[in-house]
Design a binder for this molecule. Structure first.
Ligand SMILES: [Zn+2]
Length: 327
């Protein structure tokens, strides 16, 4: 098994290794990247590298400390608990961490707090955490994760070391998925459709709906590229009644649009992350970045509306008209 099933991402691994070997470990990290790329796995990897008894700068995976982290039972690695439906962090939860941080670790050199998926964390809660990030006790390491750096306050961003996680090669992705015991043919199919995003492939393997969602997303993207209003309407009307599928499609669509904007801004095809990269490139040739941004905002608005239990058919209808207006 690859160490902690955290494949490739050599820049992140080298950064951590060199900090540990030079004994210049910083106290606060942010790991960022799209859903499914392994941000939480990276947080465990970093914790294990910091606490590994062999002190090689990488987790050995075999000492007591590494094993406890693998089983999520290490007393000095603390996972903050999000609360409520939205899965964000309450002020009280983060305040408690700030209050407990000065207490010395149980048995290790460091006490590590992992606060994952910060994207929806509101400003007051982020502010509560700021004090700890500004003046962390020496023994305290804080690892935040978020899909986007812009989800966090600039005052936090300026005080953490930001490390990004990336898609892995197809062969690493296949190896990682094989560790979960999936059928190898299915694995290949998932990697073909979704690329080297281990988490997305995994959710595909657990839930075939994502294949349909990817297909619908491709059809809608093509229809937007050719400006075929009838086709756009047709694809969306088929989603009526299927809320989870609709949300999946809209999120995938947002990724395609974001890719189109990145490509337009001069980013190479290599860093695109959506499930329809070639479509994103063609889309970028078809619409300006200003229009793409508008579409992105419109679709996100409807994701929110549908999430908050608005009428799905009505939402889809008006989404269609807003898309048309922006073509
Ligand atoms: Zn170890």
């Amino acid at each position: 098994m690859e160490n902690f099933s955290f494949y490739e991402n050599e820049i992140l691994k080298n950064t951590i290794r060199s900090m540990i070997l030079k004994d210049r470990v910083v106290n606060s990290f942010l790991i960022y990247g799209e859903k499914g790329l392994g941000k939480k796995t990276a947080a465990d990897y970093i914790s294990a590298a910091l606490l590994c008894e062999k002190k090689n700068g990488t987790p050995c995976g075999e000492c007591k400390s590494c094993k406890m982290i693998l089983h999520k039972t290490h007393p000095d690695v603390i996972y903050a608990e999000p609360s409520g439906k939205s899965g964000n962090y309450k002020v009280d939860t983060l305040r408690e961490i700030v209050e407990n941080a000065p207490i010395m670790p149980n048995e290790s050199r460091y006490k590590i707090y992992i606060i994952a998926d910060m994207d929806n964390t509101l400003v007051p809660a982020q502010n509560a955490l700021l004090k700890l990030i500004e003046e962390p006790p020496d023994h305290c390491i804080i690892i935040l994760t978020a899909q986007s750096r812009t989800s966090l306050l600039p005052t936090i961003i300026s005080r953490v070391i930001s490390l990004s996680v990336h898609e892995v090669t197809s062969s690493s992705c296949e190896k990682a998925l094989a560790e979960y015991g999936y059928n190898s043919k299915e694995i290949q199919k998932s990697v073909e459709i979704l690329g080297g995003n281990i988490g997305k492939c995994k959710s595909y393997l657990e839930n075939e709906d994502i294949v349909d969602a990817v297909t619908i997303t491709k059809n809608i993207t093509d229809a937007v590229i050719t400006g075929d209003e009838y086709l756009i309407l047709k694809e969306f009307s088929e989603l009526a009644g299927a809320k989870p599928m609709t949300l999946m499609v809209l999120k995938l669509l947002c990724e395609v649009i974001r890719d189109a904007m990145s490509y337009n801004a001069g980013c190479g095809e290599k860093i695109l992350i959506s499930t329809y990269k070639s479509g994103a490139v063609r889309l970028s040739e078809q619409i300006t970045n200003a229009k793409a941004r508008k579409l992105y905002i419109v679709i996100n608005k409807y994701i929110e509306r549908i999430n908050s239990n608005g009428n799905l058919s009505l939402a889809l209808n008006s989404l269609c008209s807003e898309i048309k207006e922006n073509l």
